[in-house]
Design a protein around this ligand. Sequence first.
Ligand code: SF4
Length: 418
Amino acid sequence: MELYVHIPFCVRKCRYCDFLSMPADEETRNRYVEALCHEIEYYGKVFKHSSQREAGNEKETIFSGSQQIETIYFGGGTPSVMGAEALVCILECIRNSFDVIEDAEVTVEINPATIDKNGLQNLRENGVNRLSIGLQSANAEELKLLGRIHDYEDFLSVFSDAVEVGFKNLNVDLISSLPGQSVKSYLESLEKVIALKPEHISAYSLILEEGTPFYEVYSQRPDLLPDEEEDREMYHLTKEKLGEAGYGRYEISNYAKPGFESKHNSGYWKRIPYLGLGLGASSFMNHTRWKNISDLKEYLQIWGQTDFENNGDFVRCGQEKEADGTGKCCPIYEEYERLTLQDEMAEYMYLGLRMSEGVSLERFEACFGRKMPEVYGDVLKKLAEQGLLVIEQQKDRVYLTDYGMDLSNYVFEKFLIL
Ligand code: SF4
């Protein structure tokens, strides 16, 4: 199983961002750590309780199954604004509550100018072995336009500090197709990052998310954004330059040196169960997806003061939620959905096909008791004829071609409308 821990705080809101994140004072951040630790302890008990039920042959719950934690991912927001001590304290709480495997991948998202060398060292000494650094662009104008709090020098400083304190698995995030960005300017950012030789690079195209200042401006003025042709050129250059530099593209927007693919993110695309902790965090296990409440005040109130000794309550609560169908009886979730077989098969396809290795025909059958060509035969045939997908029966693989990756949204829709 994987753990995701959401830290919803940032120094200030970037202009393109629609993530669940906000600025917060120190007192609120401290209360959040306390509440989060209660939540972690609570779920630790729930999983233990669940395995005792299994051992006693009692009815399974959505928390049944393996409790070993293979990856932990601190995302946000900006986890590094909490300070290294708080993150280490949360990590300790996780280790006390769950069975974390010895070589678990432990990632923390950090932003330049929010953590110093001592903080990085503290994280490294306490078992964090992967950092994901939000650079987004190496160009001063572009960073300013995005509303980022850092400049390129801040990034260089945090990157070299991370290397010096012993991190050997670093990711750098980049965004292309920014307003006013030329292909040349994007290429400069990309080449600067490649020169630093991080183990992993995530390169996304900007998406205008409704409700953001960027959406307000640029949905009215698309002429200020790179046009389709430039956008495609940046996308193809990313693939080309990173390939030349020895990075394998293992997912539509993710590239890694061999052996440094993100285990946590790969688990998500492979539908490995995960538990989301913290404000608005999502979880998936045993045919069920749910999402924690995203109102900070409510979250702090519920997890800040409740005594969760009766650890059967919310397990039951989830089941009641299914039965009454209103989604209102349980105070800790704002969404809760039992997936149908159809949902799960579609998810298996459109999540798995994001990865270059694609999906396995045998695993599909083992998971769902039906053969993939029986369920999706017509779609697969049509996509293969269009040159978007390859079916290799002998190698037990179905995967997208480069062209299919370019048109991935079109491909994924085909599995959704069945
Ligand atoms: S730092 Fe990241 S999460 Fe925070 S506002 Fe900026 S883009 Fe959003």
